[in-house]
Design a protein around this ligand. Structure first.
Ligand code: ZN
Ligand code: ZN
Length: 353
């Protein structure tokens, strides 16, 4: 198989030849057709996360070894089944759930694979969709995209379930209660569409870019707020008509976490999703007195992927803008995303597609 792989951190992806894996046990081998280029690929490529205060988390220390074919928003065609793989057949087109774990622990058995303590995520710890072939550990990690455009279906495996899972953590909430989304990139636009599909009617979007705020308005945001500089908290509260109960921070940097926390109403929930980096210092008495919840949310589970695909299948979920790029141009696509020149999602399309 071929892969456009990270061979050294912060160096251009290299086209390399790897042995094509043979599916064992319940494993399924797929030929990649589409793969989204996600912002977290930039962190994997850099090899670290900024933890704030000058501290960094190195992915090498977390078990990530190079070379690695990144890419976790994968759609592929089944080409070979392990002897114990049931429920799919050669030729089937499937979304690949990438956030897989050990397969044996209580979390994995409960289909909460993303909570497994020994993650084997595709495109992070195992080769993913920046290669011509990919191994899914079990058929239950494969979801039929049905009539959904496979380029759009690919995005549900990360940006889709990441926002869907974060939204579920805010539920139940009245449809006219404002939900604040911080960040109007790929995740933010996806969140607007998913909230609309769930019949939520009050969506306030915060971003520092006028262009991205305009995209959020076109997508159907009720109101948008400029998150730049001083006064962001007050502008959010004004746009919501009072302090909001529910905020999803899709950026999750020092500045956004601060204004999101300050804007929350008594009993409010802040769901932290983004991996921008930085830190938040919490005034502890306020946490208790205002009965606040600050909760992290990491991707989603296979059940949520199936629910989201069903929601999209009903036609209630408008596809986010995608742009197809040849898979062999993975490096250029990654650099475009890094430079911030992408609205919506870049999707690598394999020659086999
Ligand atoms: Zn991602
Ligand atoms: Zn596990």
């Amino acid at each position: 198989m071929r892969a456009w792989a990270v061979v050294a951190n912060e160096q251009p992806l290299q086209e390399i030849e790897l042995p094509t894996p043979q599916p064992q046990g319940t494993e399924v081998l797929l030929e990649t057709t589409h793969c989204g280029v996600c912002h977290s690929d930039i962190h994997i490529w850099e090899g670290r996360y900024d933890l704030g205060g000058g501290r960094v988390m190195n992915l090498k220390d977390r078990g990530l070894t190079l070379p690695i074919a990144m890419g976790h928003e994968i759609v592929g065609r089944v080409v070979k089944l392990g002897p114990d793989a049931k429920g799919v057949k050669v030729g089937d087109l499937r979304i690949v759930f990438p956030w897989v774990g050990c397969g044996h622990c209580a979390a994995c058995q409960a289909e909460e694979d993303n909570m497994c303590l020994t993650p084997r995520s595709l495109g992070v710890y195992r080769n993913g969709g920046y290669g011509t072939h990919v191994i899914a550990p079990h058929p239950r990690h494969l979801v039929d995209p049905g009539t959904i455009d496979p380029a759009v279906a690919a995005t549900y495996a990360c940006s889709g379930i990441t926002v869907y899972s974060a939204i579920r953590k805010l539920m139940p909430i009245a449809p006219d209660e404002p939900i604040v989304l911080v960040g109007a990139g790929g995740l933010g636009l996806n969140a607007v569409e998913i909230l609309k599909a769930l019949k939520h009617r009050n969506i306030v979007v915060v971003d520092i870019s006028a262009e991205k705020r305009a995209a959020a308005e076109r997508a159907g945001a009720t109101a948008t707020v400029d998150g730049t500089g001083e006064g962001a908290t007050q502008r959010i509260v004004a746009a919501c008509g009072g302090q909001p109960l529910a905020i999803i921070d899709l950026v999750n940097g020092t500045a956004t976490a601060r204004f999101a926390f300050e804007a929350l109403r008594k009993g409010g929930k802040l769901i932290q999703v983004g991996l921008f980096g930085g830190e938040l210092s919490l005034p502890l008495p306020l946490m208790a007195i205002r009965a606040l919840t600050v909760r992290g949310s990491y991707v989603g589970n296979p059940k949520e992927l199936r629910e989201l695909v069903a929601l999209a299948q009903d036609g209630g979920l408008k596809p986010l803008p995608v742009e197809l790029v040849p898979q062999r141009e993975a490096n250029a696509a990654l650099m475009r995303l890094r430079a911030g020149h992408v609205t919506g999602r870049l999707i690598l399309r394999a020659e086999a597609a």
